[in-house]
Design a binder for this molecule. Sequence first.
Ligand code: SAH
Length: 469
Amino acid sequence: MKLFPIFADLTDRLVLVVGGGAVAERKTLALLEASANVVVGAPALTPALAALVTEGRVRHLPGTFNADWLQDVWLVVAATDDRTVNAAVSQAAEARRIFSNVVDDPELSSFQVPSIVDRSPVIVAISSSGVAPVLARRIRERIESLFDHTLGQLAGLAAVYRKRIRASLPDLGARRRFYDWLLDGPVAGFLRQQQPAQAEAALADALAAPIAPAEGSVVLVGAGPGDPGLLTLKALRALNEADVILYDRLVSDEVLSLARRDAERVPVGKLPGENHHATQARIHGLLVEYAQAGRRVVRLKGGDAFIFGRGGEELEFLRAHGVRYEVVPGITAALACAAYAGIPLTHREHAQSVRLITAHCREDEDNLDWPALAREKQTLAFYMGVGQLDLLTQRLLRHGRSPDTPFALIENGSRPEQRVVSGRLAELPELARDHAVRSPALLIVGEVAGLAPQLHWFGQHLGQQALTA
Ligand code: SAH
C-alpha cells in the first residue's frame, strides 16, 4: 500500500492554499466545508476568493510564496500553475514536516486528496494512488449512483440512537439484525419518502418492542422502454436491493440483468387463456403475499407504472392491505419513442400540446373525443395501437384530420431492434402492413412526426421517401 488512508479533522486548524486561481478557489471551498481555518497566499485572487476574504471567511497573504507562510500551518495545498513555485512549496513543507498536496502532481505531494462520495457523516474516499485518476472518478460515479442521499440522514439518526440501541439490545447478534433492519426497512423508507418524523417514530417503536418482525415492502418501479440506460438511479438502487422482482413481459432482459444476482425473478405477464382481470388479481395476490412474508419486492413495469400500467390499482390494493410502498417513475414509451425517433413531441410551430392515448377503439370501449383529437397542431401518442391502425386512421380522417398529417410508428423503441416507419396519415395502415409492424409499437400522429426523417439518429428509419416526395 503506497498511501495510508486517513480522515483528518481540520476543524479550526490552519491550512495554507498557495495560488489564487480557479483551482485554489475550489480547494479553498472544500477546506471551508470541512471547517478548516484557511489562508490563501497569492498575488491576486479570483472574485469569489476575494469575496471570501472580504466576508472574513478566509485570510489573504498577498505576494509570491515564501516559507514564512508555513508558520503554524498543519497542511498546505499548492494550486499555482507554476511548477517551480509548487516545488518550492513542497520542499519548504517537507523541511518543516508539514504534509503538502500539489494539485495534480503526485510526485511533489506528500498527501493526496481522494475522490469522495459525501453522505455525511458517511464519507467514501477513493484513491488510485495518483496513477489512474480517471479510474478513481469512475469508481466514484458508481458508488455515487448506488447510495441514496438519505443515507447520511439514516447514519445521523443511528448515531443519535446508538446508546439506546446498545442498551436495549445487549446481544451483539440481535444488535446486528437490528441495524440490518434499520438500513433495509421502514426507517430508511420513510427517510427516502421525506418523512423524517415517521422514520424516527418507527425507530423508537422498534426499540420499545425489539423483536421487530421483518416487514416487507413494495417498490413500484418504471423500467422504461427497454434501453437499460434509461433507468433512473432510484430504479437501479431498488433493483440492487430487491429480494423478489415481479416483472411484466415488456421489461427488457437487459434491465432485468441489472438486478441483484440472487433476487428471485417472477414473470407475471398475462398467461395464455387468462383475462386481464384474472392476471391483475393474481399479481395483487402475489405482491401482498411476498411483502407480508417480509420480502423487499420490486414490481417492475415497462415504461412508467402510472401510464397505462395499472400502477394505481396495485397501489390501492397494497394500501388496503397495509403494505408499505414507494413509487419510482420510469420513462414512458411516448417520451422514449419520440426521443429515439427524433420527434419533438411539442414544437413552437407544429404542436402546442401532446396527448397520451390508449388505442382501444372498439365501439363499446371508445370514449375518446375524436373531433378534438382530429384538430391540427397537436401531437397524439397512441399506445397499444398495432391492431387498430385501420380504425384509428378512419376515425381521425372522418373527423377532419388532414390525410397529409405526418405519422411515425415506432416499433421496439430504444431497443437495438428499433424500427421507425413514417409517412402520411392516409397511407398509415398500408405502410404498417408493408413493413409488418408488430407490438410493442407506439404511434405518433401530428405535424411533429414530419421531423422524424430529418432528425432521426437511432436504428432504422423506413418510409421516408413517402414523406420527402
Ligand atoms: N406503462 C407503459 C405502457 C404500457 S401499455 C409505458 O409507460 O410505456 C403497452 C404499450 O406501450 C405497447 O402496446 C406500446 O404501444 C407501448 N410501448 C411500450 N414499450 C414500448 C417500446 N419499447 N416501443 C414502442 N412502444 C412501446
